[in-house]
Write a protein that binds this ligand. Structure first.
Ligand code: ATP
Ligand code: MG
Length: 536
């Protein structure tokens, strides 16, 4: 049997996984049974990107609002009628928690009668088989997949299939959803479902779509990986005009959205998780007038999406201004500014920047400057025993990276000069091997001079000198760039590591012993080891 918890854990982003933990804790404390449902399960099993986490609880999630807030989630929308809350989880994870319910459609075009139900009953009111699964997150049954319509088989068959013949009649928004999923996954609509779909289209069921469903479908576009393709498919099927009567693909800034999705992918590849939703909405509606845009925004239930979309241009302008100012006067300062900006703003500005200098800075930030990270002076660092094991390594490596960004530390001499104060003391000599029942005097003599005895003098010095003259460092051009004036911080760190004192101490006891050739040999070992490490 498949281990769905394991699959979930490896497929979710770290933020999403933490979000599952958060929701689980809140539900458990409230004594409510919790399931991961809908698209989240579909995407975990099928391998597609998991956009949002859909949870279902047996109970009323509206009662959990305060608990969720206390746990660190933000409530972005509440739908009282279907008892669903929308959450922004720490990081960039979105979730919705809905009550397990039945829906009774009594009159076409009227909202259904909603009743609390079990998870099994809830799965029967879903749209498609691939969306009608639930994974238990409860003690005792954790990991159990409820799949009454064999959604797993339809994922394998890659088809979109309704659960019953009245599906589109009951809720015509499923016509739009079917088209959206078919466009997103490139899965065909199953034959009988297609027949029902065609009949629904002919019968103009869509005229009875609920206003709330229109809002959901508009918002769903924001999180598509290829929104342009989805919009074109919706247009072809006649659904785009349902979302807004004047919406056509001509309202879309095609170049903008293409560039946005390309840059987003680039950022994802670099390990960022920008929420492109507000920017996607911005480009999908670029050629609407203000009033029309505002009408569309009013339909969307998730207010956080609308706010971010409304503010996106102003925030981008602010960031552009800062990028043109003193704050970003050097590459290292620009790097720091962009690293502290929200990734979604970097993304949006990357494709909308009016000033060439801003565009170039973001371009460098996402491409060229990353390569500088590969030019850290590892030979010198290894030589000075500055390795990732040192607690101060990450900060030091970052500081060095910033200096390199600004074109400093080009020559080996400069690099060594900067790095030396951070070098830790050399490791203590290895203890003298015990030598059976040797007479005391012989043992002492061995300790002083025999092979394997502790080094009489730390040999690497000589080696180091050699290495220094060998000039292994790249910098063919020695830029007379002063090492950044941070002597205090450096001195502190150096004092912490206290290399000179300890080194002297290590040397002291060896002084009286005359270094013989045999004693010098093992002493060279650390240098050799360092060299080996360097090669790696
Ligand atoms: P996405 O990846 O776009 O989030 P999704 O399938 O998760 O796709 P949501 O809008 O997040 O879509 O809805 C979550 C789940 O709620 C769906 O998977 C489906 O089970 C159910 N659902 C949503 N809308 C409908 C609907 N109109 N009719 C029936 N079930 C629905
Ligand atoms: Mg979903």
């Amino acid at each position: 049997m498949a281990d769905y918890i394991y699959t979930m854990e490896i497929r979710l982003t770290p933020d999403q996984l933490k979000g599952v933990g958060l929701v689980q804790d809140v539900a458990r404390a409230a004594g409510m049974n919790l399931y991961l449902t809908g698209g989240a399960i579909r995407d975990i099993i099928s391998g597609f990107t998991i956009r949002d986490l859909d949870f279902t609880v047996q109970g009323n999630p509206l009662k959990l609002v305060k608990d969720f807030e206390k746990a660190g989630a933000r409530i972005t929308a509440v739908e009282e009628e279907v008892r669903t809350i929308f959450l922004a989880l720490p990081g960039n994870a979105r979730a919705e928690v809905s009550m397990a319910r039945t829906e009774k459609f009594e009159k076409t075009g009227k909202p259904p009668l909603v009743m609390p139900a079990t998870i099994h009953e809830d799965l029967r009111r879903r749209d498609f088989t691939v969306n009608a699964m639930a994974l238990s997150l409860n003690e005792g049954s954790r990991g159990l997949l409820l799949d009454p319509f064999n959604g797993v088989a339809d994922i394998e068959a890659k088809v979109i299939r309704i659960l019953h013949n009245y599906s589109f009649l009951e809720d015509p928004s499923r016509l739009i959803r079917a088209t959206r999923f078919a466009a997103r996954f490139h899965w065909p609509i199953e034959e009988r479902t297609q027949a029902r779909y065609d009949a629904a289209k002919e019968g103009k069921y869509i005229d009875h779509i609920l206003k709330s469903s229109i809002g959901h479908e508009i918002a769903a576009l924001a999180h598509e990986d290829d929104p342009l393709n989805v919009v074109r498919m919706l247009e072809k099927e006649g659904w785009l005009e349902i979302l807004h009567p004047h919406w056509t693909s001509a309202k879309v800034d095609v170049n903008g959205i293409t560039a946005l999705m390309k840059t987003r992918q680039q950022m994802v590849d670099l390990g960022y998780t920008p929420d492109a939703g507000p920017a996607v909405m911005y480009f999908l509606t670029s050629n609407f007038n203000e009033k029309e845009t505002s009408d569309i925004q009013k339909m969307i239930p998730r207010k956080d999406l609308v706010e971010a979309w409304r503010d996106i241009e102003d925030h981008a302008k602010e960031l552009a201004k800062r990028l043109m100012g003193k704050e970003a006067a050097t590459p290292s300062r620009t790097w720091q500014l962009l690293s502290s900006a929200r990734p979604e703003m970097v993304l949006f500005l990357a494709v909308t920047a009016k000033q060439q200098a801003v565009e170039q800075k973001i371009k460098n930030y996402l491409t060229k400057w990353r390569q500088v990270q590969q030019t850290l002076p590892l030979p010198e660092m290894t030589e000075l025993l500055i390795t990732p094991q040192l607690p101060e390594y990450p900060k030091l490596a970052h500081d060095v990276f910033l200096l390199l960004l600004d074109g400093k530390m080009r020559s080996r001499t400069e690099r060594l000069k900067y790095l030396k104060p951070f070098a830790p003391p050399p490791p203590p000599p290895p203890p003298a091997p015990r030598r059976g029942r040797q007479p005391k005097a012989a043992a002492q003599a061995a300790a002083a001079g025999a092979p394997g005895a502790p080094p009489a003098k730390p040999g690497p010095k000589g080696k180091k000198g050699k290495a220094a003259t060998a000039g292994q460092g790249p910098g063919p051009v020695a830029v007379a760039a002063p090492v950044p004036a941070k002597p205090d911080a450096k001195a502190k760190l150096a004092a912490k590591a206290a290399p000179p004192k300890v080194a002297e101490k290590a040397k002291a006891p060896a002084k009286p012993a005359k270094p013989t050739k045999a004693a010098a040999k093992p002493a060279a070992k650390p240098a050799k080891a360092a060299k080996k490490g360097k090669k790696k």
